[in-house]
Design a protein around this ligand. Structure first.
Ligand code: PLP
Length: 463
């Protein structure tokens, strides 16, 4: 399987190079040269199989001969053994035809674990083949750092330095990072805000001597392996609800569009998905793109669902490339222009192609809160604010034949302050995480200065 850049200016590479490279050298995103697919019988055969086996089958299609079937299965089995539910991604019914797919049973209680747990094992395996050790530097506003630290702690060929803004993330979010005791993890509280943290990461990557010295890498959200890992739960949930004999639709609380795009991938692989609604909070760049055909960056507004406070949905570039019939010259033009002007007017034919599968829906803060309350009253389920954006997005689904699955992307205990304030109920931490508040924390503090951070990264990597 070969991977090409959405901007057409980089050579095609194999699976290993696409995973370890992350972003293509021309600034585009990697996509497979052609979409692999399953037969109807293969999809039907997923029914009742363990999650890790389905994940390995999906991964195998994308890795081709660069991973053996045994390697793929071992990685998936290990990755999903870290989840506390035997089904890994269980379904909960909330109305006659609506189900929640609980993506939050991983170690950091948010959906990022599904991909990050697998990505960490892929990195370790692929780097050890090449006798390489990388240092991953990431800035986090909350969820990504916790999922990355949980996935990478104790890995042999990867070290991680996570920068977070002092006092600006929740205690639960901080503790998922700072209570890791393994020597390959370093957490740093930066005396600044999230933008400072992101700028520091950028500056570290722009220091060629540092990059060379520590083989610097990122766990960026555009890595195609993350999409591959996320396609799996579309298969397991759809098959549990009657696919391939029945069409299934999805509502996906969206920020960077990775989760929802994985549904497009599953559909291209043969899964009968009728419709996908991308639900956003007030940061509604995606909702506006699908509704108005104008992909235009706005100002970031802080909301109750902070993991979706994003105004440029990086994976949208992959869908754009697909919907302009893989015209890389057009994609490169559009996204270079977006960098300058912050706007892309989606060509009418491409917009029509997008709308065959996708719809968009913006959900206000008041509606999010009302949905948390009504879901609790009607079903007894306590949902987190991100999931509530998805449930509220159901109104944009229209008439569909089959069942609808809403992606439930975080455990309510990940956002205890908001859930308690809105519903009056304090969500208890789940099994395995109850003692989080009592585990000792370990982190360093640094001023928001590139020189200090770069020296820290260099010293930590050498240790
Ligand atoms: C990251 C995240 C999302 C958004 O997913 P994308 O793939 O970025 O669209 C939604 N909910 C939670 C809890 C998240 O952590």
């Amino acid at each position: 399987m070969r991977y090409v850049s959405t901007r057409g200016g980089a050579p095609a590479v194999g699976f290993v190079d696409a995973v370890l490279g992350g972003l293509a050298p021309d600034g585009g995103l990697y996509v497979p040269q052609e979409w692999p697919s399953f037969t109807r019988e293969e999809i039907a055969g997923f029914a009742g199989r363990p999650y890790a086996e389905v994940a390995a089958a999906v991964l195998g299609k994308f890795a081709g001969d660069e991973l053996t079937a045994d390697e793929a299965l071992e990685m998936c089995a290990e990755a999903y053994a870290s989840f506390t539910h035997a089904a890994v991604v269980p379904l909960t019914q909330v109305s006659p035809s609506v189900f929640l797919a609980e993506l939050f049973h991983g170690p950091s209680l948010a959906f990022k674990d599904v991909a990050m747990q697998l990505l960490a094992r892929l990195y370790d395996t692929l780097l050890s083949r090449q006798n390489r050790t990388q240092t991953i530097l990431c800035a986090t506003s909350g969820d990504t750092g916790g999922a990355a630290v949980e996935a990478l702690r104790g890995r042999h060929n990867v070290k991680i330095v996570a920068l977070f803004p002092e006092g600006r993330i929740s205690e639960v979010q901080r503790r998922f990072m700072t209570t890791a005791t393994e020597a390959n993890v370093a957490c740093v509280s930066i005396q600044g805000d999230f933008d400072d943290c992101q700028a520091l990461v950028k500056q570290a990557f722009q220091d060629p001597a540092l990059r060379q010295a520590v083989d610097l890498s990122g766990v960026n959200s555009i890595n195609f392996a993350r999409i591959v890992a996320q396609a799996t739960y579309y298969f397991t949930t759809a098959v549990a609800l009657g696919a391939p004999d029945r069409e299934v639709s999805y509502v996906v609380p969206s920020g960077n569009f990775g989760d929802a795009f994985a549904g497009y991938v599953a559909k291209r692989m043969g899964l009968p998905i009728a419709r996908i609604v991308a639900a956003t909070n007030a940061n509604d760049i995606l909702a506006r793109a699908f509704e108005e055909g104008r992909y235009a960056r706005g100002k970031i507004t802080p909301t109750q669902s902070p993991a979706m406070d994003i105004q440029a949905a990086s994976n949208f570039e992959r869908l754009y490339f697909e919907c302009v019939r893989r015209d890389a010259v057009e994609t490169a033009r559009a996204f270079a222009a977006f960098n300058e002007t912050g706007v892309i007017d989606v060509p009418p034919q491409a917009l029509a192609a997008m709308r065959e599968l996708f719809g968009g829906c913006m959900v206000s803060e008041a509606e999010t809160a009302r949905t948390m309350v009504s879901t609790l009253n009607e079903t007894g389920e306590l949902i987190d604010p991100h999931t509530a954006v998805g449930v509220a997005g159901l109104r944009r689904m229209g008439k569909t034949k089959g069942p609808v699955v809403v992606m439930s992307t975080a455990h309510p205990a990940k956002f205890p302050e908001t859930v308690k304030a809105v519903t009056g109920v304090a969500p208890p931490l789940p099994r395995g995480a109850e003692d989080l508040a009592h585990r000792p924390e370990k982190y360093d503090r640094l001023p928001p200065e590139a020189a200090a951070v770069n020296a820290y990264v260099r010293e930590f990597s050498a240790a």
